[in-house]
Ligand binder design. Sequence first.
Ligand code: FE2
Ligand code: FE2
Length: 356
Amino acid sequence: MPGERADVAVVHDASFDPRDVIEALLGSFSLKRVTLDSPLGTGPPHARLCILCVSLTSDEVFRRVRKVLGHCGCERLFIVPTHNSGAISRLKELDILDYLVLPVDPDHLRRLVKEALNRPVESAWEALHPTARRALKSGLACFETCYAKVRDGEPLPMDDVKASCDHICAAAELGGLDGWIAALEGHHDYSFRHSMFVCGALAYFAGSIGIRGVDIAQLTMGGLLHDIGKMQIPVEVLDKTAKLEAGEWAVMRKHPVYSREILLANDGLDEDTVAMAVHHHEKLDGSGYPYGLSGARISDHVRLAAIADVYSALIDKRSYKAAMTPEAALDLMAGFKGHLDMDLLRAFRSFVLDTA
Ligand SMILES: [Fe+2]
Ligand SMILES: [Fe+2]
């Protein structure tokens, strides 16, 4: 969106061709390219991370880099073209001890960029209530382990999943869904953020209406795992920052079936929790996917998962769309009559607007 803060500003001098750096990041991050030699080159780059691709061999470039650093309070990453001793000692003068030298490994660079973008979000968790902090940290660790296990074709770490869900239920007992959502906003891993939004919406809502024991545990776990099948979707589709094309949507719509395969390969998951993952895109009028279930064949657990899923997607900001306010999202959802359960939606609405 025009005027939006980009994920990454690639700032380079005239002698540094940043093509490989940009190619490695394109599609996964929103980017802007800034040249140090342009009149704007020394202004604030207006991005969450500034990657400085600089030779640092001339006094003028060094002066301009200093100026950029003075302007930008965001995370920084340095890339130099060679192990030139003059450039390295100038980096030290700027207190920069970590830097990359060309050629950069694209996967390594993407990982560093993701970590840099997530650092301020995860650091802010330190200021939260210890119960909420523990829930967020264990959710992240659990999500990353699940991702690795699914990619390697191994069973899910169910003990970790159960422990994380217990922590999330404990956080929900504190109340304040808006604080939970705010703590996750800006985390670059959309799948993690979305799963935690959905899981939080279900746990906080269920807790607020007195649901306890097995039911809240199922809803929380179903929320956390509801899109687990997306971990089998190719990264270029899953992490795409732009809107998906029709063919990519067809790939993405396979995720509930992948979820079914993944979850049924694990012992100890009950039918209701699995159903939340497999059926949360079904619609009451039978027009959903993957099986076109309708009416009474869609359980209350699944109906709640569908509400939390749609709500979480609407209030989240993507590079191609702004976040909706809770009220606007709920107003829009009130029109989804053949899709969502209107009685449950009314209860969820009053929870969000009156108590969250
Ligand atoms: Fe989904
Ligand atoms: Fe989802």
